[in-house]
Design a protein around this ligand. Structure first.
Ligand code: AMP
Length: 184
């Protein structure tokens, strides 16, 4: 499994645009559309993830709406495995199960189809993907949801970890965590 060196990380970091005060004052938003628009960086990232996760006996990739769909679905096709979307409430058409989580102010919720992990295997192995981990609330709820739906979350993978928020600490108690880039 290849470990990224400093110049590999620089290539990826350089491709991600930071937009200050979006979507509200004080937020430094990491815009991955510029990474997607940089074919060298995007291909490099996806090949790195493929090398990390092939031959790991992963049955499904679950991606968190919406940027987790881009990386998750790309990787699922590269690995030849199944993809499952984890969505905001009211988006999935069939019977769902839900998990609520706290925000700075109020609560939010994510959902998954009740039969999302129905395959020939009992307790299939799932890799969770999102573009970024901040406080970790969304990802923690997603891991809980995957496990509730009868699967086992083997690892949670993020392109960017805002390390200074320590969002990965809680998630490490329930699954393994891999962040391609850490921002201090
Ligand atoms: P959290 O639940 O706090 O870990 O937030 C993670 C979710 O919010 C991810 O789906 C991210 O795409 C999004 N997000 C949070 N903070 C940022 C940020 N600074 N830049 C880009 N996306 C963010």
């Amino acid at each position: 499994m290849k470990i990224l060196n400093k110049s590999d990380k620089e290539l990826l970091l350089k491709s991600i645009r930071t937009v200050e005060d979006f979507p509200k004052p004080g937020i430094s938003f990491k815009d991955i559309t510029t990474l997607l628009g940089d074919e060298k960086a995007y291909t490099f990232l996806m090949n790195h993830l493929k090398a990390r996760y092939e031959n790991q006996n992963i049955d499904y990739i679950a991606g968190i709406e919406s940027r987790g769909f881009i990386f998750g679905a790309s990787l699922a096709t590269m690995l030849g495995i199944k993809f499952v979307p984890i969505r905001k409430p009211g988006k999935l058409p069939y019977t769902t199960i839900s998990e609520k989580y706290s925000l700075e102010y109020g609560v939010d919720e994510i959902q998954i189809h009740i039969d999302a992990f129905k395959c020939e295997k009992e307790n299939p192995s799932v890799l969770l993907i999102d573009d970024l981990i901040a406080t970790g609330g969304t990802a923690k709820a997603a891991v809980t949801l995957i496990n509730k739906a009868g699967a086992k979350c083997k690892e949670a993978c993020f392109v960017i970890n805002l390390k200074f928020l320590n969002g990965d600490e809680d998630i490490k108690k329930i699954t393994s965590v891999y962040s391609v880039l850490e921002i201090d």
